[in-house]
Design a binder for this molecule. Structure first.
Ligand SMILES: Cc1ncc(COP(=O)(O)O)c(C=O)c1O
Length: 370
């Protein structure tokens, strides 16, 4: 049987031909795919503006900068996410405040966020973890009540919807990742989506060394970042985006197959699929119920001994060495994050996964629980 991969893209002749075209048209259309991808990706998500970036981390950094986040400010983030959701807060000299997650969606819990708000809170970053969606209505209401910005980190949520609204349409701005492990892949790449024209203009200047698009040549207005995309990268992304239904469909198929082949296993949780919503399922995660008495590290160790790959559920950010001294403060405040994370693993989710391989993983899970 061929290798089982945790993550990886689905590249076809369409992507290869599109990249070839971008290279052949280099002189005539140096930014064609950047512009087309940005515009069509924004429109697909019901947003007015899109800005492609070198990766999603830079998209978050751009947006938080444009929102005026700086030293002394606090920004709420969920405990369980990739560090990229929070790192740009620190880049700007502001403080990340870690909030607990919901036990079912594994996304930021609105009540925990409410308890974390202080007079310094400027923004809340809601993360659509593994394609799951938080209670956006509650989060938006909370942000409105306290006059703080809602930012949606939809890095993992291409294809997800909540009550008919696509992930990426929530808050003042949203971000996506096209990292080589994601559903739409450009190797490295990201996108910032916005509705507000002034914010879009500000982010455009911040993205290109303080140059105003269309402004006089070499007249930089201020010292900012260089977070421009390039056309070859955008060509891959655009070609993948044209196949979005196929790519997301395969991710959903993977979740459905895991559900089918694990259906007899008691006391486990997989990504939820809320009524009226679609879970784009970047990754299928499995949380072992307490009755199994199994930690994620023990589970992964046993699976790896069977030759099966698995990865840990994200650790609570406050438990990482990157945030020294934070565990003591946050572990008692965020018990769900520490509990769920300790019992969760990610299952293989590469876009070349076959049903035979999924059955093999499920048989492995049944074997380690026997
Ligand atoms: C939730 C989340 N936010 C942000 C990022 C950052 O994306 P990138 O690697 O494109 O910078 C990732 C990527 O892994 C992510 O999973």
């Amino acid at each position: 049987m061929s290798n089982i991969y945790m993550a990886g893209p689905w590249i076809t002749e369409h992507e290869i031909k599109t990249v070839e075209k971008a290279m052949r048209d280099w002189y005539e259309k140096p930014y064609y795919y950047c512009e087309t991808f940005q515009d069509e990706f924004a429109a697909y998500h019901g947003r007015a503006y899109g800005l492609m970036t070198p990766n999603c981390t830079t998209a978050i950094h751009l947006l938080l900068t444009a929102l005026g986040i700086g030293p002394g400010d606090e920004v709420l983030v969920p405990e369980c996410t990739w560090i990229a959701s929070a790192a740009p807060i620190t880049y700007l000299g502001a403080t990340p405040v870690f909030c607990d997650i919901d036990p079912v969606s594994w996304c930021i819990d609105a009540e925990s966020a409410r308890r974390s708000i202080t007079s310094r809170t400027k923004a809340l970053i809601a993360v659509d973890l593994y394609g799951n969606m938080p209670d956006m209505a509650a989060l938006q209401a909370l942000c409105d009540e306290h006059g703080i910005f809602l930012v949606e980190d939809a890095a993992e949520a291409v294809g997800s919807t909540l009550k008919g609204v696509r992930a990426g349409k929530f808050g003042v701005g949203s971000v996506f990742s096209f990292h080589r492990t994601k559903t739409i892949v450009t190797g490295e790449g990201g996108m910032l989506l916005l509705d507000d024209k002034a914010l879009f203009e500000r982010c455009s200047i911040l993205r290109d060394h303080g140059r105003r698009p269309g402004g006089p040549m070499y007249m930089n207005e201020e010292v900012t970042y260089k977070y421009m995309p390039f056309n070859i990268q955008a060509a891959i992304g655009y070609a993948q985006f044209q196949r979005i239904d196929e790519l997301v469909g395969k991710k959903q198929w993977i979740l459905a197959k895991y559900r089918e082949h694990l259906c007899g296993v008691p006391d486990i949780l997989l990504n939820p699929e809320p009524e009226g919503g679609v879970n784009g399922t970047w990754i299928t995660a499995l949380v072992f119920g307490k009755s199994h008495g199994l930690t994620k590290l023990a589970a992964m160790d046993r699976l790896i001994k069977l030759g099966l790959p698995a990865r840990p559920f994200f650790y609570p950010l406050s438990s990482l060495d990157a945030y020294p001294g934070m565990r003591e403060i946050y572990e008692p405040r965020n018990p769900v994050s520490y509990d769920v994370s300790a019992r969760g693993i990610n299952l293989p989710g590469a876009l070349n996964l076959t049903e035979e391989q999924i059955v093999q993983v499920c048989d492995g899970i049944k074997a380690i629980l026997a």
